[in-house]
Design a protein around this ligand. Structure first.
Ligand SMILES: O=C(O)CCC(=O)C(=O)O
Ligand SMILES: [Fe+2]
Length: 340
């Protein structure tokens, strides 16, 4: 169904679809004529040029400047300066969670990009959305100073809650080819998720700090393989938006050649799917400039206090370097205007 057709539906039809509207990307045979067809079928899709390439490179530049701004020795033009002592704390998967980074103005700039918001408005057939205050991904090639980033295949959704619930996204900021690290997805795995969890209910659980995460064991991986699932690397150009259903098994890898990988996670959901309690918790996270998981309903909120060598990082900061300046559209994405 095209967006034009959607907008010709009566308000009643639209509101009855709300919450079920998500069915539109849940394996139906409906034809959208855009990226939603791939999302429905494969569980992932690329929106090419969601942000103009030049602008994406400007965001990448802002991210490098943010890293260099710690003045710890990292220099974007000197690969030998990629050492953990020269950088803020990044885990081996490339995540940077602290230092107010989820609320830096340039991060909010990406979240507020019309091409990114538009994709999610189409997915949910809803303009009243909230956005996650997600971590940022910064991966450098061939690091030996952090543990190896071995595959960590997972779903970001509670295995006991079936059906489509949350679309995940990231904006890719640098050229990202087959060997440049980044997102690896299991094509079509979202549609097998319910069957998987029913058949594999007795499988041991990889410990997870949130119920909205499920890690695949070797047996789980074998099940996916036996059911014809293939893993593939999603390649992208600067400004491309990568989307995947939270049920789609996935992980990331680190770059292997010379190209860094920079990405900003951008996940949106209808505000109608959040409770007032969620929105209050989300407001508190915004006010304290802390992060959330990929889930925009802010079930879990983070901290700005990074740990370096077993102690609070002396370079911690509790607020972004450049506090976000939010336009009206972006402010709605915080959920705050929807608090009654
Ligand atoms: O960095 C990526 O491409 C994926 C990250 C991811 O799966 C996660 O943070 O849950
Ligand atoms: Fe994930």
């Amino acid at each position: 169904m095209s967006t034009t057709e959607t907008t010709t539906q009566t308000a009643e039809q639209v509101s009855s679809l709300h919450g079920f509207g998500r069915m539109r990307v849940d394996g139906t045979d409906r034809h959208f004529g855009d990226f939603r067809d791939a999302l429905t079928r494969d569980g992932f899709a690329i929106v090419k040029g969601a942000i103009p390439k030049g602008k994406a490179l400007e965001y990448a530049d802002a991210m490098y400047s943010w890293l260099e701004g710690f003045e710890l020795g990292f220099d974007r033009n000197d690969p030998s300066s990629v050492q953990k002592d020269n950088l803020p704390i990044l885990n081996e998967k490339g995540m940077c969670l602290h230092y107010g980074l989820p609320h830096e103005n340039f991060v909010w700039g990406v979240r507020s990009e019309p091409g990114v918001i538009d994709a999610f408005e189409k997915i949910y057939d809803d303009e009243d959305l909230i956005v996650s205050f997600d971590a940022i991904n910064i991966q450098f090639p061939n690091r030996t100073d952090v543990p190896p980033n071995t595959p960590w295949p997972h779903q970001d959704q509670d295995p006991e809650k079936h059906g489509f619930r949350c679309m995940q996204g990231l904006v890719n900021l640098l050229p990202n080819g087959p060997d440049d690290g980044g997102l690896i997805v299991c094509r079509g795995g979202h549609l097998l998720s319910e069957q998987f969890h029913k058949e594999m209910a007795d499988e041991e659980r990889i410990p997870a700090w949130t119920p909205e995460w499920y890690g695949f064991t070797d047996r789980g991986m074998k099940w996916l393989e036996d059911h014809g699932c293939k893993w593939e690397k999603v390649s992208a150009e600067p400004g491309d938006l990568l989307l995947w259903d939270s049920r789609t098994p996935h992980y990331n890898l680190s770059p292997k050649k010379t190209q860094d990988r920079l990405a900003i996670y951008t996940c949106y959901m209808p505000v109608a799917d959040a409770t007032q309690e969620d929105l209050l918790r989300k407001k508190d996270a915004f006010d304290r400039r802390v992060g959330t998981t990929h889930w925009p309903n802010a079930k879990h909120t983070g901290s700005n206090v990074a740990n370096r060598n077993g102690e609070d990082d002396p370079h911690n900061r509790l607020r972004p370097l450049v506090d976000p300046v939010l336009g009206e559209r972006a402010f709605k994405l915080t959920g705050i205007p929807y608090i009654k």
